[in-house]
Ligand binder design. Structure first.
Ligand code: TYM
Length: 331
């Protein structure tokens, strides 16, 4: 079992990233061979200042380490430091079909009405993501539900490559999506939208860097409904905001949603919200403190990333060579 996953170094970690991906990566480190990376090549598909990007990569690396990614156990690196990602992405662009990319809902969402004005990279973004995963013959890709369509595309690209070039080097990976609300943590302001760094409202999400007071304030203001909490989780189906908060509590404490509801059945959000704040502060407070310490040592972060890039390159370079050769190149 080989695990590969990435995160874009933009906007800092939020609770959706943590519950949907990062804290699950942390749990996998002891059982599997893991490679985790900062998708800085993906970050340049939209406009970003070079100095800002450089700072974001360090900040996100520190945030991952603070959250429990251990560079001694996992290979942690920045995508741009391993040239094989960009190389394989080109080869795979010649395998993937335009029709497949046209179906990608994330491109439609991100490009909006400006379809002609966005970068070509934003359009071929999922092909680079395919390279990220196929390079390492990853079997499992732990992600949130929003990445499911991209992982399915990776499988299609892998199968077509193997068929077209009479090869077996591409391993179609499995998406590995968490259960319950963790798969898709919703905005605190609107239970029909996912928690996202691109939401203009700061109130919609909780950041790893939020102070205890900021967490308390965001939870106090989180949208809810006036009904008391039920005992049966099925009764939350038509109450998206309530379901989200109960699901967050379950994901944070490690309880089932039924167990959370057993504790709060019959009570309103006046009782539930302070308990949720307490659980979030207990989870995030120590991670935030570690992040503050790690930030002070940029050289250490850079050195972790350099070591990670070296390990990843040792795996990726021979593989990309095989891909070239399968296609009749580099003979
Ligand atoms: P990114 O940077 O948007 O998000 C990183 C991870 O966090 C998950 N996530 C969520 N999970 C649950 N609820 C939410 N509200 C939520 N918001 C974000 C994402 O699903 C993701 O797992 N394209 C990817 C980065 C990437 C990648 C890859 C991932 C590049 N190459 C190869 C896996 C494999 C992205 O933009 O994730």
């Amino acid at each position: 079992m080989r695990v590969v996953s990435g995160i874009q170094p933009t906007g800092g970690l939020h609770l959706g990233n943590l519950l949907g991906a990062i804290l699950r990566w942390v749990r996998m480190q002891d059982e599997c061979e893991c490679l985790f990376f900062l998708a800085d090549l993906h970050a340049i598909t939209i406009d970003v200042e070079p100095a800002q990007l450089r700072a974001n990569v360090r900040e996100m690396a520190a945030a991952l380490i603070a959250s429990g990614i251990d560079p001694a156990k996992s290979t942690l690196f920045a995508q741009s430091q391993v040239p094989a990602h960009a190389e394989l992405a080109w080869l795979l662009q010649c395998v993937a079909r335009v029709g497949w990319l046209n179906r990608m809902t994330q491109f439609k969402d991100k490009s909006g009405k400006n379809r002609e004005g966005v970068s070509v990279g934003l359009y071929t973004y999922p092909v680079l993501q395919a390279a990220d995963v196929l390079l390492y013959q990853a079997t499992h890709v732990p992600v949130g539900e929003d990445q499911k369509q991209h992982i399915e595309l990776i499988r299609d690209i892998a199968v077509k490559f193997n068929n077209d070039y009479d090869s077996d080097i591409m391993v179609p990976p499995e998406p590995f999506i968490g259960g319950g609300v963790a798969a898709r943590v919703m905005s605190l302001r609107d239970g029909s939208m996912k928690m996202s760094k691109s939401d203009p409202s700061e109130q919609s999400r909780i950041h790893l860097t939020d102070s205890d007071d900021a967490i308390a304030q965001k939870i106090r203001k989180a949208k809810t409904d006036p009904e008391p909490l039920p005992e049966d989780p099925a009764l939350l189906a038509s109450r998206p905001e309530a379901r989200n908060l109960v699901g967050i509590m379950a994901a944070v404490t490690g309880e089932s949603e039924a167990a959370v509801l057993q504790r709060f059945a019959g009570q309103g959000f006046g009782a539930f919200k302070p308990a949720l704040t307490e659980a979030l502060v207990a989870l995030l407070g120590p991670l935030r403190k570690r992040l503050e310490e790690l930030r002070r040592d940029e050289a250490a972060i850079d050195s972790f990333l350099a070591q990670g890039a070296q390990r990843a390159t040792a795996l990726a370079a021979p593989f990309v060579d095989e891909a070239y050769r399968a296609m009749g190149l580099r003979h």
